[in-house]
Design a protein. Structure first.
Length: 343
């Protein structure tokens, strides 16, 4: 008995192999390799996970057929999610349930729960992986955890309504938007103290560091702009109009451009160039686009539509909406493994 590719599950009689022509042998080997990949779980169709904040559920979506394959109850108010650094787990922040829920991103199955995490809203690992940071939107504070066992290491007051976070590349600071006081706060991670607080535009939400580590980009929902801040000097240098209700950022994957969601009912997504600090394109994406993710091949942008109970898939070649996927109520975070990058 001969084993193709050395795999014990796929034996073929040697006489059959000898009878095959050279071209057919190659075809058979290719088909068997594809089968092996499927057996080993590395060539699946692809799974996207979308959080439905108002339902307390997640929708599991086949990324090839754009269909929901399952809907799983998680907890009360799951808002944001992030992968672990090795991307073997997805962490869902369950704000009202005071816990983190871990899921396998390839299967959508729950792995574990970490309880006694007070009101987690937005989450983030520092680039050096030494800190796990969670904002508490309702309780007006920022919590610093040991990322290995989620032991609380520090808690800082952050009035009012700490929302999204970003880190500098050296993992020295974490920056937090204060949504209700129209400010950005910098926390020094080494000392676990507030380094500075500065005013920004109305209702700041998303925040991200520029690829050159020089500027913070802040999404001002109340002004419909991206505010450019030279963070080392706490200086606002520019406001760039995008559209109504500028909300969040997602890298395109080229270390230059960010997609910016404009979370109004009509809705749009802008493409922001960090070299020129200008908006270079805009796409109509209705329903309140919020969190986003780009496919690894750069051909699709997925966005949750908070007001439409959908995940919208934008074709980046044609620059048109490709498909709308019905999900649960108030979809927020979205993730899949085959992505172009997170920051």
């Amino acid at each position: 008995m001969t084993f193709i590719l050395g795999h014990p599950l796929l034996p073929l009689p040697a006489v059959m192999i000898d009878c095959l022509s050279t071209s057919f042998r190659r075809l058979a080997a290719s088909l068997l390799l594809l089968l092996l990949l499927c057996v080993n779980g590395t060539a699946d169709a692809g799974l996207a996970i979308a959080l439905n904040s108002a339902d307390g559920t997640i929708s599991l979506i086949d990324t090839e057929t754009y269909t929901v394959t399952d809907k799983v109850t998680v907890c009360k108010e799951p808002h944001h999610l992030i992968p672990t650094p090795d991307e073997k787990s997805i962490i869902v922040a369950c704000a009202a349930a005071n816990q983190l829920v871990f899921f396998d991103p390839s299967t959508g199955r729950e792995q574990k729960r970490v309880r006694n995490i007070s009101d987690p809203y937005q989450l983030g690992y520092s680039p050096d992986r030494k800190w796990f940071v969670a904002t508490s939107l309702r309780l007006d504070r920022v919590d610093l955890y040991d990322p290995t066992d989620f032991t609380l290491k520090g808690r800082l007051p952050a009035p009012r309504a700490p929302s999204h976070i970003a880190f500098d590349h050296a993992s020295e600071f974490v920056f937090v938007t204060l949504q209700d006081s129209n400010e950005v706060m910098a926390i020094h991670l080494g000392t676990q103290k507030i380094a500075w607080v500065m005013p920004v535009g109305r209702t700041p939400a998303g925040i991200v560091m520029s690829p050159d580590n020089r500027y913070l980009l802040v999404a001002s929902m109340g002004e419909g702009v991206v505010e450019v801040i030279e963070w080392r000097f706490q200086k606002s240098v520019k406001k760039v109009a995008t559209d109504t209700a500028t909300h969040n950022f997602q890298p395109k994957g080229d270390r230059r451009h960010f997609f910016v969601s404009n979370r109004s009912v009509n809705g749009s997504i802008s493409l922001f160039d960090t070299r020129t600090m200008t908006v270079v394109e805009k796409y109509d994406v209705p329903g309140g686009p919020d969190d986003m993710l780009v496919r690894a091949d750069g051909k699709e942008l997925w966005a949750t539509a908070r007001f439409a109970r959908k995940v919208q898939v934008l074709d980046l070649d044609s620059k048109t909406l490709k498909v709308s996927i019905p999900v649960g109520s108030s979809p927020h975070g979205v993730f899949f493994l085959n992505h172009a990058g997170l920051r």
